[in-house]
Design a protein around this ligand. Structure first.
Ligand SMILES: [Zn+2]
Length: 87
């Protein structure tokens, strides 16, 4: 009988890129009943500190993160807010 994947476990790791002062959240999700990992949809493979990407096998989503206040949030972007001197 096929697993309906009713018990999914998400794991989030955070990577700090030492010499760049950047951070990434790395997300993976696996079914606890059958062990099959979930594949992320709609993300480009690769690495982008300012966006979301996926590993080549599609099983790990990587999302650039920042401490609050160091970049405009989506609402501030809509309002035309900008921060100077960002690296
Ligand atoms: Zn399953």
């Amino acid at each position: 009988m096929a697993c309906k994947h009713e018990d999914l476990k998400a794991t989030v790791g955070v990577t700090r890129i030492e010499n760049k002062g950047r951070f990434m959240a790395e997300i993976s999700i696996v079914c606890m009943q059958c062990g099959v990992p979930m594949q992320f949809m709609g993300l480009e493979p690769g690495l982008n500190y300012d966006g979301a990407t996926v590993s080549l096998d599609g099983l790990e989503a990587r999302i650039g993160i920042h401490p609050r206040g160091e970049r405009p949030n989506p609402l501030q972007k809509l309002a035309g807010y900008s921060i100077r001197n960002h690296n």
